[in-house]
Design a protein around this ligand. Structure first.
Ligand code: PLP
Length: 412
């Protein structure tokens, strides 16, 4: 698909009406929400699904014979199937519900990590979110293993030749982000995975920033693990997904154990349940699973291709407009980007810019975006980050540009 030649088929004004929060005022101004990379807003379809769950369906799952419990168990399992289809996983039991990307990564680090030996190596990249650094860093400290980092260039692109050189006979796992939450870079994960698989090394992909913007096909990527959060794809907070290939999930040792993870328990011996339940201890976030499936249905109704095309149009428009502001420098200029733009302005602290934009009703993120190593690489304390979703418009970007120019005047 050539994104540049396509134009959006979306009716954005109609879509905006699905998101109640977009019509509220902030500091007396119409809200301009440009922080979807931190968390996306929720359409009424998701809010309604959650309301319906609590007003008509609430019961515990997998436990009761009564009607409510049976109904919600099948709704929850249908939600799992919706997610399986959405990312084209082969089996529903390859979809594990977690509390979010962070827990999904910790689950793999904790379980897979039990097999690590001193001197083993884990590879991550220089553009990871802290959630895809710290679980591995802690594991490597515990196991006397080594965490190695694939470097990036000045544009914020991975250095694939360096990656190939870093792989060794000690490399046990590669954990990479699909899309950088700070730089917007879309990494060539399929190629990275095929290079790793040629050496029989499994790969985990942090898809937190990819899932809202593009179609994910885990079988086509051939990834071993894929993680994402509900709240960044227009679903609720507190729910996320770990996809794992069946053969990996069956092999991994237990994570948290407790109610729901077993077949039979006695003090002499416990027999554990099959996947996925073996990894889902305790009463799960039922409303989260239901709400996430409603979000996935919503996104599919709009169409991921339509979303990609429109967001790319917004990205190009915003990049052009922002670049024209004197003293503004975009951090992250990779050839292949999602609709995330980080920037700094000469002589102005990102925090001050964020405060003034907020006065104008414009929500942007400022700071290190949970990626301090990227800030170190570029010699920065922080950036202003604009992350665009399909409910944003060019008019909003124009207002952002005006706001930035006004803030520059005030701060000079
Ligand atoms: C947000 C984010 C995470 C962490 O997600 P949580 O929902 O906070 O668990 C991890 N990686 C990336 C790239 C992210 O953007």
């Amino acid at each position: 698909m050539n994104l540049k030649e396509k134009h959006s088929a979306l009716d954005i004004q109609k879509i905006r009406k699905d998101f109640p929060i977009l019509s509220r005022k902030v500091n007396g101004k119409s809200l301009i929400y440009l922080d979807s990379g931190a968390t996306a807003q929720k359409p009424k379809q998701v809010i309604d699904a959650i309301t319906k769950y609590y007003s008509e369906q609430n019961a515990n799952i997998h436990r009761g014979v009564h009607t409510l419990s049976q109904e919600i168990t099948s709704a929850y399992e249908n939600a799992r199937a919706t997610i399986q289809k959405h990312i084209n996983a082969k089996h529903t039991h390859e979809i594990i519900f977690t509390s979010g990307t962070t827990e999904s990564i910790n689950l793999v680090a904790t379980t897979f990590g039990k097999w690590l030996k001193p001197g083993d190596e884990i590879l991550v990249t220089a553009m990871e979110h802290h959630s895809n650094i710290l679980p591995w860093q802690q594991l490597c400290e515990e196991k006397s293993a080594v965490l190695k980092v694939i470097p990036i260039n000045e544009k914020g692109e991975l250095l694939l030749d360096e990656y190939k050189k870093l792989i060794s006979s000690e490399t046990k796992l590669i954990s990479i982000t699909h899309v950088s939450n700070t730089l917007g870079t879309i990494n060539p994960v399929k190629e990275i995975i095929s290079i790793a698989h040629a050496k029989n090394i499994p790969v985990l992909v942090d898809g937190a920033q990819a899932i809202p913007h593009m179609r994910i096909n885990v079988q086509d990527l051939d990834t071993d693990f894929y993680c994402f959060s509900g709240h960044k794809v227009y679903g609720p907070t507190g729910v996320g997904i770990l996809y794992g290939k069946e053969q990996w999930l069956r092999k991994l040792p237990n994570y948290q154990v407790g109610g729901g993870t077993i077949k039979t328990v006695s003090f002499a011996k416990t027999e554990y349940a099959d996947i996925p339940l073996r990894f889902e201890a305790g009463t799960p976030n039922i409303e989260g699973g239901i709400g996430l499936a409603a979000a996935i249905d919503y996104v599919n109704e709009i169409g991921l291709e339509n979303i990609s095309v429109y967001e790319h149009e917004l990205l190009e428009y915003a990049t052009k407009k922002l670049s024209a502001i004197e003293g503004l420098k975009i951090i992250g200029t990779a050839k292949n980007k999602a609709s995330v733009i980080s920037f700094v302005i000469h002589g102005i602290h990102p925090y001050d810019m964020g405060i003034i934009l907020d006065q104008l009703g414009i929500a942007v993120r400022t700071g290190h975006h949970c990626t301090q190593p990227i800030m170190d690489k570029f010699g920065l304390k922080g950036t202003v980050r604009v992350s665009l979703a399909f409910y944003n418009t060019k008019e909003e970007i124009n207002k952002l540009v005006k706001g930035i120019i006004k803030a520059k005047e005030m701060l000079k």
